[in-house]
Design a protein around this ligand. Structure first.
Ligand code: FAD
Length: 483
């Protein structure tokens, strides 16, 4: 039971915006990484900035850990409640404060959903480019905290590239303004530091994003392949040709079939792999890119190449890709969505290796991912209710991430580290880097109250995990194939 004095202080600030006890708080026990759950003891739902500041100051005084949460769509357990802590849910701060077409920006509260920014900008022929597949639900605060990506990030960058200013409340309840609406910012670039900080350095309370003009013309190509390596080669060839697609997404046969059954989007069921390639820009430029991309796809062995006839067909073709996670979710009681990046040139070998790991672990996998960025999302299917299948899925997932590191990639592309990738982080970084991460955390949060135990592993944890990259030296997984 939380301390009565703490409860009195929180109640005085939040009134009905405070939930206490398992029955009231159970809805917040996990994010989209449902394998990890903990019912929070206290949930605060502030309705304005002053309440956020007051709650932070109270928690700081009482030494209570604070876990920020947006919509809880995170896939790495970042918003998982911590023992004895308070869950600070920002979803009631959901107002669009300003859309200014002349300055091409939108200023919004953290609980605004990603999609509603583009919807508010649309009457001005503007939009917000980063578009996670969860955009209908996920919040901009969560997007900043995870440095989220999406289909359009190949051309238009991740969240960090589309931010102008962020307001952040520190653990002491102070308000920091990072960046500026001009895009210039003297001093240390703290806006970039905060982006992707997973709620460990402060609570995001306002975000100003850059808006882009809607492109004059958009075209979407769907290419089917009888062979995964051919499809992977097409990805590298398109990028190498100088075309910068607005999106370049790949799906393998299990993902194609699941998405088609779910979304009825007209995908070729006999294909071993498909590529969705979107090009946008000025009319004449798009015409050239479209022609060039079609030639490359055919040269790489595409069995069919289709251009969406109109906006409606384009929407339908994207709907399969965008609903691929829930579609695969129907194939097994549980699925585990991995997120790692690799250099594009290794796509084919890495997919082949994941396929053989799938047989070794006895767990099916579907692949649907941002191929242009080399950002893989293997979806491992399992049944958590069946003996040790969850452990097997986690070991399989960790081995995929280690493989990503082994080929020169990273253990996360866009879903963050959370609790999920603490172990694999030890294979990515050495002691010196981890110590710098901890020093930065200490500078913002000396008592370690903000989202403790997430995103950056301790050295002790790495010792337990049995891995720590030796500086400039060899990685501790010599059994993995070298490419
Ligand atoms: C079906 C599906 C598809 C997805 N597709 C994509 C995709 O294409 N690209 C992609 O990048 N991600 C994707 N995601 C992952 C997820 O949607 C993103 O990480 C998203 O940014 C999380 O936003 P959220 O509001 O749900 O944050 P939450 O899950 O609530 O929180 C995520 C992290 O951010 C922190 N946080 C949240 N709000 C704040 C705040 N105001 N201040 C400080 N810290 C905060 C939390 O502590 C936590 O560490 C997908 C998820 C699902 C379920």
């Amino acid at each position: 039971m939380p301390d009565p004095q703490l409860m009195r202080e929180l109640k005085a600030v939040l009134d009905h915006g405070l939930l206490v006890g398992a029955a009231a708080c159970v809805a917040f026990e996990c994010d989209a990484l449902t394998a990890h759950r903990r019912i929070p003891e206290l949930v605060a739902l502030p309705g304005d900035l002053e309440q956020v500041r007051a709650v932070m100051a109270i928690c700081r005084r009482h030494g209570i850990a604070v876990v920020a949460r947006g919509a809880g769509t995170g896939l790495s357990g970042g918003a998982l409640p911590v023992a004895g802590g308070l869950l600070l849910v920002l979803s009631r701060l959901n107002r669009i404060l300003e859309v200014d077409p002349s300055r091409r920006l939108a200023r919004v509260q953290p609980g605004v959903t990603n999609l509603s920014i583009s919807e508010a900008a649309a009457p001005h022929s503007l939009y917000y480019a980063p578009d996670p597949s969860s955009q209908v639900a996920c919040t901009i605060g969560g997007n900043v905290a995870e440095n989220s990506g999406g289909v359009h990030c190949l051309k238009y960058g991740l969240t960090v590239h589309n931010l102008l200013e962020v307001k952040l409340v520190t653990i002491d309840g102070e308000l920091l303004v990072l960046g500026s609406e001009t895009g210039e910012s003297p001093g240390l670039p703290l806006l970039a530091l905060i982006t992707g900080s997973e709620g460990m350095l402060g609570v995001i309370v306002e975000v100003t994003v850059r808006l882009l003009p809607l492109p004059e013309r958009v075209e979407l190509l769907l290419a089917a392949f009888a062979d995964v390596p051919q499809c992977a080669t097409a990805v590298s060839r398109i990028v190498a040709s100088g075309i910068v697609p607005a999106g370049l997404e790949m799906m393998d046969a299990p993902a194609i079939r699941a998405s088609e059954a779910f979304a009825r989007c007209g995908y070729p069921l006999e294909a071993a792999a498909l590529l969705l390639c979107e090009v946008d820009g000025l009319d004449a430029d798009v015409a050239l890119q479209l022609e060039r991309a079609q030639t490359i796809l055919r040269e790489c062995g595409a069995t069919s190449v289709r251009v969406a006839a109109d906006a409606e067909e384009r929407r339908r073709m994207w709907s399969g890709r965008k609903s691929a996670f829930p579609a695969v979710g129907r194939l097994a009681p549980d699925y585990y969505c991995m997120d790692g990046t690799i250099p594009r040139r290794h796509l084919s070998q890495v997919l082949e290796r994941i396929d053989s790991m799938s047989r070794e672990y006895g767990l099916p996998v579907a692949n649907v991912f941002h191929a242009g960025d080399g950002n893989l999302h293997p979806l491992i299917m399992f049944d958590a209710g069946n003996g040790e299948e969850l452990h097997r899925a986690e070991r399989f997932g960790a081995e995929i991430l280690e493989l990503c590191v082994a080929v020169g990639g990273t253990v996360t592309g866009e879903h963050g580290v959370g609790v999920e990738k603490l172990g694999p982080m030890c294979t990515q970084f050495g002691e010196a880097e981890l110590e710098v991460f901890h020093a930065v955390k200490h500078a913002f949060d000396p008592r370690g109250l903000l989202n403790p135990g997430k995103a950056v592993p301790t050295l002790a944890r790495c010792a337990d995990y049995g891995a720590l990259r030796v500086h400039g030296g060899k990685l501790p997984f010599a059994h993995l194939p070298r490419f």
